[in-house]
Design a protein around this ligand. Sequence first.
Ligand SMILES: [Ca+2]
Ligand SMILES: [Ca+2]
Length: 160
Amino acid sequence: MKQLQKITVLWICLIVQAVRIQGCRNGWIQFENSCYFLSKDAETWAEASIICVDLHSRLATVESAAENNFLKAEAHRLNAVGYWLDGTDFEVENVWRWAASGNTITYTNWGGHDPNEATHANCLALWRDFGYQWADEACRHVWNFICETSATVDGQEVIG
Ligand SMILES: [Ca+2]
Ligand SMILES: [Ca+2]
């Protein structure tokens, strides 16, 4: 039994250590196991997507209310008109997917009567006019954007 307790304590120490060294690059902010970059520049959705890849990340995906609330608060703090996320319905109208993974979007936080702009609005953003709830918008709008990547330990992905 004592041996088991020792092992348990050792495990807790290792986990604490792993959490401590896990982190984000300068200019990126951490929430749970992800690092986020909120741009100061504005770009079209497609350009924003390319920039995130160049930064070894992707446009942000939102999988939970907690993650959404975190990003919404950051958007409020920085206060740009809109922030692109990775969501799009360009393949099938009104079937919203995360572009990088192809996964169907499950958690949503649409504002107003969105999504309502049909085939000329195929990209997902946090929009200031909606208090940074979600809006479907024309992908050619030049807006700010949010990139997301895993928090890392010496460049390696954190498991769990
Ligand atoms: Ca995410
Ligand atoms: Ca659409």
